[in-house]
Design a protein around this ligand. Structure first.
Ligand SMILES: Cc1cc2nc3c(=O)[nH]c(=O)nc-3n(C[C@H](O)[C@H](O)[C@H](O)COP(=O)(O)OP(=O)(O)OC[C@H]3O[C@@H](n4cnc5c(N)ncnc54)[C@H](O)[C@@H]3O)c2cc1C
Length: 281
């Protein structure tokens, strides 16, 4: 499908799904996968956006088979070590003055001047900075229409990777409840599953409170993987729903964005999820 095809203009994923010939189970699985991944209700995600996004995925291998040797935090520490004292933590940028000649970034600790700035913030945060001159109107509009998704993430440690004994991968996707997903993120030394509750289900589940979420999620896992799943060593539950953390969004979807891949100027680059915005809703 072509994201610019006039025949799909204005369609959401939900509209498109309703027109497909597949049976109710297949449609429920598809909805669960999309809401779990995108953390948005499918009646809010434009169809063109998903097509456009899928076209930009070029990996040819299953992504869950790749892990950093240690942790993502260790990777960040290693990268920071190479940069020495040029890394400034807890120093939020509030304003960027930019021109073809260079940039000046304002922070509470003073101004940083440089040849160029790369803004690698989630779009909703990128929109909160002051830019002088103002960003081009299409880009401002694109930043303004992004909405953070809703997701609860669970990290569940076990004494033993019991699912491997059963020749199961540990990957579980539920048709019902919609948007529940789990996968094996452990190492031989530290067996673990990671779980997600994404999309509208995250907002519904947060009402159960932390102990309710633990108990209910483990019950679903036990149904899928066996009773051992209900007996973890420990478990972390973090609610990343947009209401709690407006500054850090999981995948999110833009509505109403125009053509905004153009670069504002040589000295300013906007990265991150924004790079994924294109086309017209
Ligand atoms: C709950 C959850 C679970 C996820 N699970 C996975 C997963 O299992 N696998 C996976 O591949 N991806 C996962 N993701 C997605 C992944 O975390 C993001 O794709 C990734 O972090 C995006 O990286 P980034 O550098 O673009 O932005 P971010 O990680 O959002 O980094 C932006 C940084 O900018 C900082 N910042 C904000 N405002 C300012 C400011 N004004 N000035 C300076 N700095 C600022 C923030 O503190 C933050 O450190 C998950 C995301 C969430 C929320």
């Amino acid at each position: 499908m072509d994201p610019d095809d006039p025949a799909i203009a204005g369609l959401t994923i939900a509209d498109w799904l309703a027109r497909q010939p597949e049976d109710a189970n297949q449609k429920a699985a598809f909805r669960s996968m999309i809401e779990g991944l995108w953390c948005q209700p499918i009646d809010r995600v434009p169809l063109w956006y998903m097509i456009d996004n899928d076209r930009r995925i070029t990996n040819e291998q299953f992504e869950l088979q790749h892990f950093p040797a240690r942790t993502m935090h260790a990777l960040a520490d290693d990268l920071a070590t190479e940069l020495g004292d040029r890394v400034r933590l807890s120093t939020p940028a509030t304003r960027i003055d930019w021109s073809a000649d260079g940039v000046a970034v304002t922070t509470p600790a003073g101004k940083v001047e440089a040849h160029a700035a790369i803004v690698a913030l989630p779009p909703s945060m990128g929109a909160r900075l002051d830019y002088a001159p103002a960003l081009p109107a299409p880009l401002r509009h694109a930043l303004a229409v992004w909405r953070s998704g809703s997701v609860i993430k669970l990290h569940i440690r076990y004494a033993r990777a019991f699912w491997l004994d059963k020749r199961l991968s540990g990957v579980v996707m539920f048709r019902e409840p919609v948007g529940l997903f789990a996968c094996d993120t452990g190492t031989p030394e530290r067996p673990a599953l990671t779980g997600f509750i994404g999309g509208p289900s995250a907002l519904e589940w947060r009402e159960r409170g932390e102990s309710g979420i633990r108990q209910d999620f483990l019950a679903y896992l036990a149904d899928a993987l066996g009773p051992e799943a209900a007996r973890p060593l420990d478990m972390l539950v973090r609610d990343w729903s947009c209401l709690q953390r407006p500054d850090h969004g999981h995948r999110s979807a833009g509505r109403g964005g125009g053509h905004h891949r153009r670069r504002p100027a040589a000295a300013l680059r906007l990265l991150g999820n924004l790079a994924g915005v294109s086309g017209l809703y």
